[in-house]
Design a protein around this ligand. Sequence first.
Ligand code: IVH
Length: 732
Amino acid sequence: MSGPGDAAARAAALREAIRRHDHRYYVLDDPEIADHEYDALMRELVALEEEYPDLVTPDSPTQRVGAAPSASFPEVVHRVPMLSLANAFDGDEVRAFDRRIRERLGAQQGSGAQQSSGAQQGCAGEGSGARHNCAEEGGEPAVEYTGEVKIDGVAISLVYEGGRLVRGATRGDGARGEDVTANVRTIRAVPLRLLGGAPPARLEVRGEIFMPRAGFERMNDVQRERGERTYVNPRNAAAGALRQLDPAVTAGRPLSLYCHGMGAVSDDAALPYRHSDVLDTLASWGLPVSPHTKVLDGADACLAYHAEMGRCRDSLGYDIDGVVFKLNDLRAREVVGQVSRAPRWAVAYKFPAQEALTRLIGIDVQVGRTGTLTPVARLEPVMVGGATVTNATLHNQDEIERKDVRVGDAVWVRRAGDVIPEVIRIVPERRPEGTEPFRLPGRCPVCGSEAARAEGEVAVRCTGGLVCPAQRKQAIRHFASRRALDVEGLGWKLVDQLVERGMVSTVADIFGLEEDRLAELDRMGEKSARNLVEGIGRARRTTLDRFLYALGIRDVGEATASALAAHFGGLAALRKADADALTEVPDVGPVVAESVRRFFDDPRNEAIVDALTRELSWEETEPVRTETGSEAAGQAAALGQAAAPSRTAAPPPPLAGKTFVLTGTLDSMSRDDAKRRLQALGAKVTGSVSKRTDYVVAGESPGSKLDKAQSLGVPVLGEGGLAELLRRAEDG
Ligand code: IVH
């Protein structure tokens, strides 16, 4: 930049670009550039304005905090502005943040002006509010920060008067937001009444409303099935849900909350001087606070926290886009102060983005275990969430059409948690000339059988059944997998060869494999052939639930297989059961019953099951009817766990050994259903809370059990948390 003239022109260009991107992001919900590209534009503009302060205009994007409120909700004025956070982009910037804070606090201390408790108290300040710590950094005392997860949701302000929720408002532009009280009241994680002692007469809590990933996926599946709009990520879904005009719609969306601070608070209450203590106080009032908050001494501890949360990011169940470091001493915060958009006492250190822009270079069609044809995008390799992604699912034909995805398009790809990467949308402005709409083929790309779409289903399926090598291979691999019959040594490469050479057509053929012929296969020798045959031999002794799961019946996962096994006790009774008898099994509804019936009614499957019963053995048990069925399944599996490590025993169910107590009314399921589902996963559900209780699930209007849980420090799950836990456990 050679002078102020150039700077002015560049600043104007940057502002225009930023405004356009803001509009696409906030209004159209369709960004054209990645977050980091946007951040780079904003940083350049901030730097220019710092160098040439005359260039700052009141309407510069640097001068405001977020999106302006919309006209649909009443406006509210925030008594204390809702600020944004400055970003650090690498470790050096975090160190610089820490250095600036130390300098400011040090200067303040030296000048003898308004002093923070931190600056005053030094090492002796333990327990009396904020402090500097003994840990020395280059000879200087380390400053205490909190490390918090930066939840990727929607900022919210909650006002409680006399302990009752009176208002919920979005951040808006930081000064004014939207009154979304009616919607906020539908969110289970938001207490309508604060618990315990005496909260301040008026308390404003700040936090983040978010949608757990599992709920997001499920909600999008439902929207997709209904042919309604799907959301590109949980943050957009949360924002959309919070700004629904009909609170009943919000109520049906799986939203949750974590609180991370306070806004305006009446001065009748003595509040702690450390932010970490404030968070504990909020939790004691029943407000949800992230369990991942940590008190950190100095920059090194902050960087270690960033690395640690980066490692466990995928397992959290909700999206975080980074971590936040905040000066823990609230009085020291006043010394450090703020700039126009953000406080100087906090900084966000982001993680690699979970969404990225790349190009679609082809569409492959994969055939799944049950014949579903899934279009898979082949992508120009791109880093997403810290990993290189080259493939992403396009779900099905309807989704391709809805998103109008074509080969050659610039596409946004998202990868979060264990979820398979997916193409979430295209950038129409970047579409090259001459692209063609994509259609799934009318024939299976593997076996050439007709591919058809059953009525009322979105999936197109290959009708070849076990004639189709793709389905056959996957059925065999599933049958041999660890949680099914656990045939050691029967991996993908071997299954490919066995099917391609015609040595195995159905899962029952595995038991006829001979050592000599196996030894002739690629990458097999006599030893591996012998090991495999021995592995197959060991798999012959199994359990009914493993066997049922291994059959790969549509809609029958491990938990359902266990429930069926416990309920019927033996295979013959299950094979005979009609739909009515099947729906008596806990957790089996008409859809699952239909899948089970269809499986056993198919003569091809009948023949395979007959053949398998001659090869395999398991112990049959007395049928256990009604809901105790699943308890028995859980107990049986738990016994399996306790016994010597017998390889035929099923692995313990995911919630074995965990005790739950349910209180209050749940919205998405009855308490009985919740109980049955927990029991089916091996959990014990009891009626009273004790130190041995692992979780209390609290619905609407919870009873004294919730108070007891809180006084004993037993973790409390809201409805969202329960749904997330069930979903994760049921998915194994
Ligand atoms: S503190 C002045 N803490 O990130 C401090 N914000 O980019 C303002 N956010 O608007 C917020 N997790 O919506 C804070 N643990 C956390 C957060 C968090 C997510 C959001 C918040 C804020 C935005 C700032």
